[in-house]
Design a protein around this ligand. Structure first.
Ligand code: ADP
Ligand code: ASP
Ligand code: MG
Length: 449
């Protein structure tokens, strides 16, 4: 392990404009150990790119999204002038973007290529801003190192190949330079650009930290750490100073958008500490996520999260007698369509499960073909507009001491409830229109005072 190396990642709002980029550059200038910087697309850019991937756009709408992406870059370029090496690459990337965005992508490979432009642009601009802060910075195309399979929109990394490439190409650069590279993207065996899913830059940072043997990853965002619930939903949410890998992974999985759910995988596997803090307030503290967190880790509920836009799929076998092998058939189809399931409850002849239906996702979770295959042997019902609410902690058990919890839950109209597979969570589904209020009430009753 290169104990002295750290990786820092700056999210969309942290690189939204020149002022934000300058604050981030100062953070890097102040910490010599950070040798790899992973940048997201500037805020708003990836949403334009997701829109450009749709075919149902009028030429005017298409042009408006193209202009929107370019305006964000030009706004930053008003304040920095690119060195020749960066200017050339930026111009080439800009023309590639214009031609790639002219028409709706005809394949998922083209969609991923188009989705990658945000991070490609911001990495040129941020490299220059770092140089202006006296940091010897070089821009690096992450696609030559972060190798993935060809599951466009939700690519899975090849850990071994990524480590090999990082050792060959990245490590030699780090001795005397800071490398600025792109989050969210990689490339497959054929050299095609892939993306890791929305919010994937956090995951990229952890993967690169693992690949270079770094000991820590700094996730710089717009909040001073991971809070007991989304501070936008609940004004009394409080930052949590220390979390275990398990707790953080559960929070991210069940909707704490501050961290991409897969980020903790490489960190936990390789014992890399993860810090989450605000690039606006680098001295404002933050959350340290570690294998054995320091300080008091409390048993019981420590946080409440929510994931909106859930689909509840209920599948019922028509014949009880033919039910054997039913679950196996269902899950085989889901797996063949690469559909990822979150909650599951079963009875002998039926199964209910939840899937994501996030707007602006770069890949839909449930496709028509999968539904048709399921309908061949079971009754399928699909409910929308639900939110998955999760109570997260280290020892959530329904004993006497949690009666308070049961009392709180009994006040809501709960559609489905899951507990028991892990002591780290208790999850349930509620109507989306009520979910902010549910989260606020739970936070107030279980986490305040
Ligand atoms: P970035 O662009 O830096 O990746 P994100 O928007 O992806 O930032 O994540 C930061 C946002 O996550 C915060 O602004 C906050 O509203 C939201 N969030 C949701 N749940 C939590 C939580 N439990 N703690 C902190 N932030 C949260
Ligand atoms: N730019 C990508 C997104 O908006 C990835 C990221 O920011 O993490 O989803
Ligand atoms: Mg994010």
């Amino acid at each position: 392990m290169n104990q002295e190396y750290s990786v820092a990642k700056f999210g969309g709002t942290s690189v939204a404009d020149h002022g934000a980029m300058s604050r981030c550059a100062q953070i890097i200038a102040d910490n010599n150990n950070v040798r790899v910087v992973v940048v997201s697309a500037s805020a708003g850019v990836t949403n334009h790119l997701v829109a450009l991937c749709q075919s149902a756009l009028t030429p005017q709408q298409r042009q408006a999204h193209i202009d929107g992406v370019i305006a964000i870059q030009l706004n930053i370029l008003e304040y920095v002038s690119l060195d020749a090496d960066l200017a050339h690459g930026f111009d080439v990337t800009l023309s590639a973007f214009r031609s790639s965005a002219e028409q709706a992508p005809q394949s998922s490979a083209h969609s991923d290529e188009l989705l990658s432009f945000g991070e490609r642009f911001s990495s040129y601009l941020f490299t220059q801003v770092l140089r202006e802060h006296g940091v010897a910075a070089t821009r690096f195309d992450v696609r030559s190192v972060l190798k993935t399979d060809s599951q466009f929109g939700k690519a899975q990394p090849n850990i071994k190949a990524t480590a090999q490439q990082a050792h060959a190409q990245l490590l030699p650069l780090l001795k005397d330079q800071v490398v600025v590279t792109q989050g969210f993207m990689g490339s497959d065996d054929y050299g095609d650009t892939t993306t890791l899913g929305r919010g994937g830059s956090d995951y990229s940072a952890a993967l690169l930290a693992e690949a270079i043997g770094a000991n820590s990853v700094y996730i710089w965002t717009d909040v001073v750490g991971i809070f007991s619930t989304d501070p936008r939903v609940c004004a009394k949410a409080a930052p949590i100073a220390h979390l275990s890998f398990d707790e953080a992974a559960e929070m991210a999985t069940f909707g704490a958008k501050v961290l991409h759910p897969a980020t903790i995988l490489p960190a936990a596997r390789s014992g890399i500490s993860v810090f989450v803090g605000s690039s606006r307030e680098p001295q404002g503290g933050g959350t340290w996520i570690q294998k054995t967190p320091q300080g008091d880790t409390l048993a019981g509920v420590r946080a409440v999260t929510q994931r909106k836009n859930q689909i509840l799929l209920t599948l019922k076998s028509p014949e009880m007698l033919l039910a054997s092998g039913f679950l196996a058939r269902v899950f085989t189809i889901l797996s063949e369509h690469k559909i990822s399931v979150d909650l599951v409850t079963t009875s002998e002849i039926s199964v209910a499960l939840t899937l994501d239906n996030a707007p602006n996702a770069s890949r839909p979770e449930l496709d028509q073909q999968a539904l048709e295959r399921l309908s061949e042997f079971c009754h399928v019902s699909v409910e929308n507009n639900l939110t998955l609410v999760a109570l997260i902690g280290s020892e959530i058990v329904l004993r006497q001491s949690e009666l308070n919890l049961m009392q709180v839950l009994s006040e809501f109209d709960i559609r489905l409830i899951c507990h028991g597979a892990s002591k780290h969570n208790l999850c349930f589904l509620v109507e989306q229109s009520q979910s902010d209020a549910v989260v606020q009430t739970i936070h107030q009753r279980l986490l305040e005072g």
